[in-house]
Design a protein around this ligand. Structure first.
Ligand code: HEC
Length: 146
């Protein structure tokens, strides 16, 4: 069965602004989504989320400067929700996308279909997508600032 790899917004910067030689406009480069272990929230986070949200989750990944909306500081999710980590909200955002995009722009990718494209389809795929989203959500719970 062909395993079609979708292109998603896992981003890298095309710009060379780091050396201050040229002021290039930063752009988001779309790259194919690498297959990761569904068992590791940490590995999925590093591959799929860190470009925008930063390795430490604080919203300052290398691609953040190219986005209209600033990526959310993911270490503050519990703090901003009365110290309760909003797991249902987080898994819904991952599956279906963010519910409050700024007008006209939606920089946070919808992950459900992309994660599904990593597996073969069928009921096994449903379970795997569920596992991936649960493990990503657990990982975010672990990085909450107290
Ligand atoms: C292309 C950049 C980009 C990537 C990649 C990305 N995000 Fe986001 N994310 C954003 C932006 C921008 C926002 C803030 C605007 C919004 O909520 O739509 C956001 C918001 C969020 C929110 C908060 C939404 C809310 O309603 O409170 C969560 C949770 C989140 N991202 C998790 C993730 C996870 C987990 C991954 C990896 C699987 C990921 N993001 C990958 C850009 C990105």
């Amino acid at each position: 069965m062909p395993n079609r790899i979708h292109v998603a917004f896992v981003a890298g910067l095309l710009a060379t602004a780091a050396f201050g030689i040229a002021q290039t406009t930063p752009q988001i480069k779309e790259v194919p989504v690498k297959r990761t272990s569904p068992a590791s929230g940490k590995q999925m986070y590093a591959n799929y989320c860190a470009a925008c949200h930063g390795v430490d989750g604080r919203g300052n990944g290398p691609a953040a400067v190219a986005l209209k909306d600033h990526p959310t500081d993911l270490t503050q999710l519990a703090k901003e929700n009365g110290r309760k980590f909003p797991d249902l909200h987080v898994s819904a955002v991952l599956q279906f996308g963010s519910e409050h995009p700024a007008h006209g722009s939606k920089d946070m990718p919808v992950w459900g279909p992309t994660l599904r494209s990593l597996s073969q389809g069928g009921p096994v795929s449903d379970m795997e997508v569920h596992q991936r989203i649960a493990n990503l959500t657990d990982y975010l719970r672990e990085i909450q600032q107290k």
